[in-house]
Design a protein around this ligand. Structure first.
Ligand SMILES: Cc1cc2nc3c(=O)[nH]c(=O)nc-3n(C[C@H](O)[C@H](O)[C@H](O)COP(=O)(O)OP(=O)(O)OC[C@H]3O[C@@H](n4cnc5c(N)ncnc54)[C@H](O)[C@@H]3O)c2cc1C
Length: 391
């Protein structure tokens, strides 16, 4: 098919969702252009877990092999008390055997460069382009950017993240729901001897209203996050962040303190964690939403990125099955809404359980977690991580 005769789509946002959408549409013969408001494409210094369902969707996009080559397979996932006592080991090996793939953890910059390399081979990615509005007429949509540029296409995908301007344009304001906790994230390198002892491993340590996650990224690198119960908008100021975290996690399980000590203070990221009540529509005419723009979720199940990648695969298929963009977009949102809304709800309830402050309730929770047999754990999460998005 010549470039001129291809159907044309505009993607707003070059995050995981936008780049995945560009890849998926390209596979189906669309001509795509991606517009990103940031001046450059530089992912934050943090890691991401790609669960089995994300890996299956990445395989469909043709990049799963690259992710496996660079990422670290999650062979061990433990839950510990704040001082390091093992509560339970999650059945990561059994899940990998059942699904035919491990989950992988990797640096976000590595994932971005894999996606970007695959996209940019055939698709322009324009940076420094902030989308401000879209005008729809006669089955076409015109994207208008801050610098006055206007671009015309048959389809516009808002993959512009949790504060999506495309969502606001289509459906008006809808407030974010603060989770009750903020998250701090960092990447560091720990000495090889210690890493040997923890090969293939990761853990979450749970304290009162505090949680620390630790994952190996390979080559001695570690990604960590800390989730801390706090009022909204009260993030630890950047210059004091590292020392404040060291005080909060003083006396915790050794690797927690080691990871904090080994992290460059200026590289610690901080965010208030929020989601949004599920929307009832994602699409209007020739415009739709994808990823966090459509369904921001709390990160407790590590599924936000995974759902964005699944969205991309499903959207491209719906557009191929139904040549008319508006009805294809309705089919896409019908297919994806029930699944993503369920994960939004589950991520919320998981957060309530793991950020408990009451010591008696924590004791009870830990007893319950320890009593869950691997088979019940696998059954509970199978609908999420065992899902293979149809191509
Ligand atoms: C602490 C934390 C841990 C997480 N851990 C995991 C995990 O382990 N596994 C997992 O699967 N998910 C995880 N997630 C969720 C995951 O990071 C997100 O769901 C995912 O990054 C969403 O991708 P996206 O492309 O939809 O949005 P984003 O990554 O937010 O990308 C949106 C892009 O759009 C651009 N943009 C915004 N507005 C405009 C505009 N007007 N014009 C042009 N461009 C614009 C932005 O600059 C950005 O580049 C985590 C999230 C958090 C906060």
């Amino acid at each position: 098919m010549s470039e001129a005769s291809k159907r044309r789509a505009i993607v707003i946002g070059a995050g995981i969702g936008g780049l995945s959408a560009a890849l998926a549409l390209r596979q189906r013969g669309w001509q795509v252009a991606v517009y990103e408001r940031a001046a450059g494409l530089r992912e934050s210094g943090a890691g991401i877990v790609l669960a089995a369902n994300a890996m299956k969707a990445l395989d469909l996009l043709g990049v799963g092999g690259h992710v496996r080559a660079v990422g670290a397979p999650v062979e061990q996932a433990e839950i510990r008390t704040w001082d390091g006592r093992l509560i339970t080991s999650l059945p990561a090996a059994e899940q990998a055997a059942k699904y035919g793939t491990h989950s992988y953890v990797m640096h976000r910059a590595d994932l971005q460069s894999i996606l970007l390399r695959a996209v940019a081979a055939e698709t322009p990615v324009y940076t420094g382009m902030r989308w401000v509005t879209g005008e729809q007429k006669g089955g076409r949509v015109t994207a208008v950017f801050e610098d006055g540029t206007r671009e015309d296409a048959e389809l516009l995908i808002g993959a512009d993240g949790v504060h999506s301007a495309v969502r606001e344009k289509l459906f008006g304001e809808s407030p974010l729901r603060y989770s009750g906790y903020s998250a701090y994230r960092g990447v560091c390198t720990l000495d090889e001897e210690r890493m040997e002892a923890m090969a293939g491993g990761g853990f979450e340590a749970l304290g009162p209203g505090l949680r620390f996650g630790f994952s190996r990224l390979g080559s001695g690198r570690v990604f960590w996050f800390a989730a801390i119960n706090a009022p909204q908008g009260r993030l630890l100021p950047a210059p004091e962040r590292k020392q404040a975290l060291l005080r909060l996690f003083n006396g915790w399980y050794g690797p927690v303190v080691d990871a904090l000590v080994a992290t460059d203070a200026s590289e610690i990221l901080a965010h208030d964690i929020a989601d949004r009540a599920p929307l009832t529509r994602w699409s209007a005419g020739s415009m739709t939403l994808l990823g966090d723009a459509a369904h921001p979720m709390l990160p407790n199940l590590g599924q936000g990125g995974a759902q964005a990648i699944e969205d991309a695969v499903a959207l491209a298929r719906c557009l191929e099955q139904d040549g008319a963009v508006p009805s294809a977009l309705l089919a896409y949102e019908r297919e994806r809404m029930a699944r993503t809304s369920r994960i939004v709800r589950m991520s919320r309830s998981m957060g309530r359980m793991i950020q408990l402050e009451s010591k008696p309730l924590m004791w009870l929770r830990n007893r319950m977690l320890a009593a869950v047999p691997p088979s019940a754990y696998i059954r509970r999460f199978d609908p999420i991580v065992g899902y293979v998005v149809p191509r």
